[in-house]
Design a protein around this ligand. Structure first.
Ligand code: F6P
Length: 534
């Protein structure tokens, strides 16, 4: 399916992105504008013909039909026999959303209402701990039950007016120890966030938190909340039903921050702003559902991504938000993209045609500039960069910081595209007084090949609504890429084997079972641990 596109890409990569701007309309033509956000993909090798071929591919792979199937509650997660309806969690209008013929909206809106009342009570000091009003909230969860609320809570720090929120995810005892240190158990609310309520990391941390609280509080369970689909498990843990906020199995873990899993974010910013966050996502859902493919932001973000990875063969992509508060965004996208599309077989169980999803990584600018941008500019691998920046910050007194931040972001995409030729480097060295062989030698180190693709997503300000739009934009991008690859983006069997082996290994480490069945390397490592820990 990729051969024709690959031939086009090879020809285009031999040219120069900069030359494509001879067409004065390129910048506007290779951009999608939606509701205060602009996605500029003009600094790529894409031409109108290549774009048309990608759109034809999306149509041939039935992206519009699969999209309709998702929104209508069909069981498109075929390996688990589930619908995929996280979009219903942000459907504030209550317009019916059907699963097996039943409208799921009344239940969703009722849960949102319960969450809002609970959050208002905590924030207003009406729900208290044994020692008075809640000052701190600890969300215990991992993966989709951690990354979304942790990323979102940090992203929306300017809107915090609730209790302090902390996040524990790692089973490493260091995580919970460092988090609980200094907190008052009598004024702390613990949220146990786990869709299945069986995840070993989360349950281990939750038990540790309960023991910590029980040292000071008579009824620690009263300061625990559960966010889960598993009622039996939450009640076995001792959390009363009125503090359990449930959701259904058609909400995937990495798509779940819009519902109960977002409770810590709601506690931090309040129910009204949480609804703005949902409304932003909802606006993106409508745009994704209704806009023509070439003016559809998630579709174009997906097609540009596939152009770079599956067609041009660039193995990774960097997510580079110029926003310190988005410093967990790359981690969030890593789960969203790599757990969704890192699969080697299609829905039908056949090998994927070509590469599956790319490696996604990144750091906020400008920090990354002083770390790995060297490789992005002069290394031998091309890393397509996805820049992101707000025109306006949240610190009016520090507007000069923000101007500098934006200038750096725009400078990077410009530098990646234009590069610096050997002649330009020579002139630079001559201006520094070098000549002869030394000038030649030094000039070579100062050449930037340029012609390196990037996209930029620019928006007014990182408000709750804008964050909702951005996350929904990437969710739908992942969906489109998955449909084109024929992958089921909504299961995650690849995380199972490690979990099974870890369970088997635990007694081996404690010495309760023998190591003879293990391979030589694993045996050696186990013996090292046994000998060392005493
Ligand atoms: O919410 P749970 O059930 O604890 O699962 C946590 C995470 O574990 C996974 O199942 C696998 O890593 C993720 O998909 C999920 O987000």
């Amino acid at each position: 399916m990729w051969d024709e596109l690959k031939a086009q890409a090879t020809a285009l990569q031999a040219g120069n992105i900069r030359d494509l701007f001879a067409d004065a309309g390129r910048a506007a033509d290779f951009a999608v504008d939606f509701d205060g956000m602009l996605f500029d993909y003009s600094k790529t090798y894409l031409t109108a013909d290549a774009r048309a071929a990608l759109i034809a591919l999306a149509e041939a792979r039935e992206v519009p039909g699969r999209r309709a199937a998702m929104f209508s509650g069909e069981k498109i997660n075929e390996t688990e026999g589930r619908a995929v309806l996280h979009t219903a969690l942000r459907n504030l209008s209550g317009e019916p959303a059907l699963v097996d013929g039943a409208d799921v909206m009344p239940e969703i809106l009722a849960t949102l209402g319960r969450m809002s009342t609970f959050a208002d009570n905590v924030r207003g000091g009406r729900f208290t701990g044994a020692g008075g009003a809640i000052t701190d909230v600890v969300n215990i969860g991992i993966g989709g039950s951690h990354l979304g609320p942790a990323m979102g809570t940090l992203a929306l720090a300017p809107y915090h007016d609730g209790p302090r929120c902390h996040f524990v995810s790692n089973v490493d005892g260091a995580d919970i120890t460092d988090t609980l240190k200094g907190l008052d158990p009598a004024r702390t609310l613990v949220i146990v966030a786990s869709k299945t309520f069986t995840t070993i990391e989360t349950i281990t941390n939750a038990k540790t938190a309960k023991t910590w609280m029980a040292e000071v509080v008579d009824h620690p369970g009263a300061q625990f909340v559960a966010l889960s689909t598993a009622e039996e498990e939450t009640s076995a843990f001792g959390i009363a039903p009125e503090r359990v906020f449930g959701f259904e199995d058609w909400v995937g873990g990495r798509y779940s921050m819009w519902g109960p899993i977002g409770l810590s974010l709601m506690l931090a910013i309040g129910p009204a702003r949480f609804r703005e966050f949902l409304a932003g996502a909802k606006a993106m859902d409508r745009h994704f559902r209704d806009a023509p493919l070439d003016q559809n932001m998630p579709v174009m973000l997906a097609l540009v991504g596939m152009w770079h990875h599956q067609v041009c063969g660039h193995p990774t992509r960097a997510v580079l938000p110029y926003d310190q508060r988005l410093s967990r965004l790359a981690a969030y996208f890593q789960q969203l993209e790599m757990e969704s599309n890192g699969k080697r077989v299609t829905m039908a169980g056949e090998p994927v045609d070509g590469a599956s999803g790319p490696v996604v990584w990144g750091e906020p600018g400008t920090n990354g500039q002083h770390a790995f941008y060297q490789l992005i500019h002069q290394g031998t691998q091309v890393v397509p960069c996805e820049f992101m920046v707000a025109a306006r910050g949240h610190e009016p007194d520090l507007a000069h910081h923000h101007t500098l931040l934006v200038a750096n972001c725009l400078a990077q995409s410009e530098a990646l595209m234009r590069g610096r030729s050997l002649d330009e480097a020579r002139q630079l060295m001559a201006a520094k007084g070098l000549e002869g062989e030394e000038l030649e030698r030094q000039a070579r180190h100062r050449v930037f090949p340029g012609n390196r693709p990037s996209t930029t997503l620019i928006y007014d300000q990182l408000t709750p609504r804008r964050l909702g739009q951005i996350i929904a934009l990437y969710e739908h991008r992942v969906f489109v890429e998955g449909v084109i690859l024929g992958i089921n983006s909504f299961d995650q069997w690849g995380v199972e084997l490690g979990k099974v082996l870890a369970t088997q290994l635990e007694p081996l480490l404690t010495g309760a079972a023998g190591v003879s069945e293990k391979d030589g390397s694993t045996r050696q490592l186990i013996n090292f641990v046994r000998d060392t820990k005493g």
